[in-house]
Write a protein that binds this ligand. Structure first.
Ligand code: UD1
Ligand code: CA
Length: 453
């Protein structure tokens, strides 16, 4: 039978070391709040319920955590009296009686379901407490796992440890699983007689052992257990997240020439055989289909690029940009809320905003859709196989019919029917010999000035 599980996420910390006006778990990794990454990992661990323990910025943290179909109850930890005290803030949820309780931290955003599931497996095999540990060359600041004859004897906080204990490299990630039927009893036995005067969740190890319980530890990759306390660690975690995701994408068939220069968002989706050149940044909501090419120095957010379409170099796709197959958006072009039909080309120095461009259309260099009148946005509709001459301004709302032609330098303020040629510019005048006359006059002025001085 499936075991029921409550996940308790601790996120009530003051985030003092972040030196920030907001809780650290609200700071983004890959454009999504840290806490949402944690909820994601928890949600993949076959849990029944989630209890989120909040303190500072309680409302914002609860809101950022609420994602997908996972139902989250929030509990306020009024005073910050330690991790053991924090878990008991969710006493009501724990008391409902689950088979498994997992405790995890809101500031460990690289965790995945792997270690959480392994810890639950330990409970299923008869342990009362399963601690998730990790090996590190830099154990400073972490609690140490003290193991004897294969059993976990205790977790010793750094400030309470002896020199010999400090030499231990196997550390407490803070994440653990607890027998849900015994959790409330064990948790309420935690005291605060230690160097910090806090209720340490880690004391659960010795407490469970003292009542004859079985306590074990599982090992997790160090990267996944990396915690975030300050901005420098935030940057390290961002880097580790990016490296992991880029690697997954490359293994799944995406080509990146210089992966270390490509930045992804939590939801960036890139299909097989897409080519991503160096220095490309993906904001949230980007979907790149297989076989598309993103040239160097492009910025893509909230946009969809179909198979066989190409973007950049130096292009910006903003929310609502949608390129059909074979469409092209070239250098120094910006597309916002604009659809490009199959094979449509917007190749140079152009702004397309609130526009619908038909298949095969060719938009000349320097074209601007004037979509904003200072108050409202308006739409531009450009038909299939149209040709918009360079340096044209299309003043929306306006439409250009299929196969129409707009002369270069036009300012188009009225609709252009299909198959028509529209010119919206001053007629050219030519004055033979006038250039020579102008030049002679200028030279005479210059000579007169020189004679005076
Ligand atoms: C804790 C562990 C330590 C472990 C380390 C891993 C204890 C006593 N120590 O130490 O063994 O190696 O994490 O990073 O558990 N929190 C609350 N309310 C509180 C206190 C903490 O919600 O009253 C939350 C924090 O927001 C944070 C987490 O619990 O998410 C850990 O708290 P923190 O103070 O950072 O614990 P450490 O001293 O790092
Ligand atoms: Ca910490």
């Amino acid at each position: 039978m499936e075991r029921t599980c409550l996940a308790v996420i601790l996120a009530a910390g003051d985030s003092t070391r972040m030196k920030s006006s907001k809780s650290k778990v609200l700071h983004p990794i890959a454009n999504r709040p840290m806490i949402a990454h944690v909820v994601d990992a928890v949600a993949r661990s076959d849990i029944s319920s989630v209890a989120l323990v909040v303190g500072r910025d309680a409302e914002e943290v609860a809101k950022a955590a609420q994602m997908g179909s996972v139902k989250i109850e929030t509990y306020l930890q009024g005073e910050r009296l330690g991790t053991g005290h924090a878990v008991l803030a969710a006493r009501e949820a724990v008391a409902r009686g689950y088979d498994d309780i997992i405790v995890t931290y809101g500031d460990v955003p690289l965790q995945t379901e792997g270690p959480l599931k392994a810890a639950r497996q330990g409970l299923a095999e008869g342990s009362d407490v399963v601690v998730i540990g990790f090996h590190t060359e830099m154990p400073t600041g972490y609690g140490r796992l003290l193991v004897k004859d294969g059993e976990l004897m205790a977790i010793r906080e750094e400030r309470d440890a002896t020199d010999a204990e400090r030499a231990v490299r196997w550390c407490n990630s803070g994440l653990m699983a607890i027998n849900g039927r015994k959790a409330l009893d064990l948790l309420s036995r935690i005291g605060n007689a230690n160097a910090k005067g806090e209720y340490y969740l880690t004391d659960l190890v010795e407490i469970a052992r003292s009542v004859g319980g079985r306590v074990t530890a599982v090992d997790a990759p160090e990267i996944e257990m990396t915690g975030c306390n300050n901005r420098a660690e935030l940057a390290v975690i961002e880097r580790l997240w990016q490296e992991r995701r880029r690697h997954e994408m490359m293994i799944a068939g995406v080509t990146m020439i210089a992966p270390e220069t490509v930045f992804l968002s939590y939801d960036t989706a890139i299909g097989q055989d897409a080519l991503i050149e160096p220095n490309v940044v993906f904001g949230p909501g980007a979907t790149i289909d297989g076989g598309a090419v993103i040239h160097a120095f492009s910025h893509i957010e909230g946009a969809h690029v179909s198979a066989g379409a190409t973007v950049g170099p130096f292009a910006r796709l903003r929310p609502g940009a949608d390129l059909a197959s074979g469409a092209k958006v070239g250098n120094f072009c910006e597309v916002k809320n604009g659809k490009l039909g199959e094979g449509a080309k917007v190749n140079h120095l152009t702004y397309i905003g609130d526009a619908n461009i038909g298949a095969g259309a060719n938009i000349g260099a320097g074209t601007v859709t004037c979509n904003y009148d200072g108050v409202n946005k308006h739409e531009t509709v450009i038909g299939a196989n149209t040709f918009i001459g360079s340096n044209s301004s299309l003043v929306a709302p306006v439409s250009v019919g299929d196969n129409a032609y707009v002369g270069s330098g036009s300012v188009i303020t009225a609709d252009v029917p299909a198959d028509a040629l529209a010119l919206g510019r001053a007629r050219q005048e030519v004055k033979p010999g006038r250039a020579t006359a102008l030049r002679e006059r200028a030279l005479a002025i210059k000579a007169a000035k020189k004679a005076k001085s």
